[in-house]
Design a protein around this ligand. Structure first.
Ligand code: G3P
Length: 217
């Protein structure tokens, strides 16, 4: 299972990279804006900076919503670094653009996926990643994990190579449940990744070991 971090914050990306468990980064226009990264040149430079920190795939989302401009913008993003994965919205032109990039050997991540049918189309278009938004479904009283499970079944039935990238992760249990279902990748805020470290019995046990060691010396 791959671990991606879902942020454009360079310090958090560095912290996850330093932990030694990071396989990649996902961003979106909201995450870029949250870091105050605006204007085309600054945004492109920020993607380059992220690629300097990590070794793996870095999803960079297009702003265009029509096929021609998606292809143009995606091509520009892909030319920044071979780690860049062009992130495309799950709309008709996004599916067409995914097929275009797939034919060119450029990696894609189809995002804003909320149904099994959408995930099926993304796989048919040859997307490398499909991003179902777990937390946002949970937010509207719909079982996000059930969607991940449905997509897993469908992809396994036909041996689709598209990787399920569980997005909109909100807490540690989402990560654990995604691992049980067999999601290929989770993309998560740093807090949910580091949350996996925590167990009170680990802290109590370590404290006792260190105290006993001190007594014996
Ligand atoms: O990057 C896409 C996704 O992970 C967004 O998550 O928390 O805004 O629903 P969230």
């Amino acid at each position: 299972m791959k671990f991606f971090i879902d942020t454009a914050n360079l310090d958090q990306i560095k912290e996850a990279q330093d932990l030694g468990i990071l396989d990649g980064v996902t961003t979106n226009p909201s995450l870029m804006a949250k870091e105050g990264i605006t204007g085309k040149n600054n945004i492109l430079q920020h993607y380059k900076d992220i690629c300097e920190i990590v070794d793996g795939d870095v999803s960079a989302e297009v702003i265009a919503t029509d096929y021609e401009n998606m292809v143009k913008e995606g091509g520009e993003l892909a030319s920044l670094n071979n780690q860049i994965v062009v992130k495309l919205p799950m709309i008709k032109d996004g599916v067409k653009a995914a097929k275009y990039f797939s034919n060119k050997g450029i990696k894609t991540n189809v995002t804003l996926v909320f149904s099994a049918g959408q995930a099926l189309l993304a796989a048919k278009a040859g997307a490398n990643y499909v991003s179902p938004f777990l937390g946002r479904l949970d937010d509207i009283s719909t079982d996000g994990l059930n969607l991940i499970s449905e997509i897993r079944d469908i992809y396994d039935n036909y041996d689709f190579k598209t990787e399920i990238l569980a997005a909109s992760i909100r807490h540690t249990m989402h990560i654990i449940d995604c691992a049980k279902i067999g999601a290929d990748v989770i993309t998560s805020p740093l807090s949910s990744i580091t949350g996996l470290l925590k167990h009170p019995l680990t802290d109590i046990g370590l404290d006792k070991f260190l105290k006993d060691h001190k007594k014996g010396n």
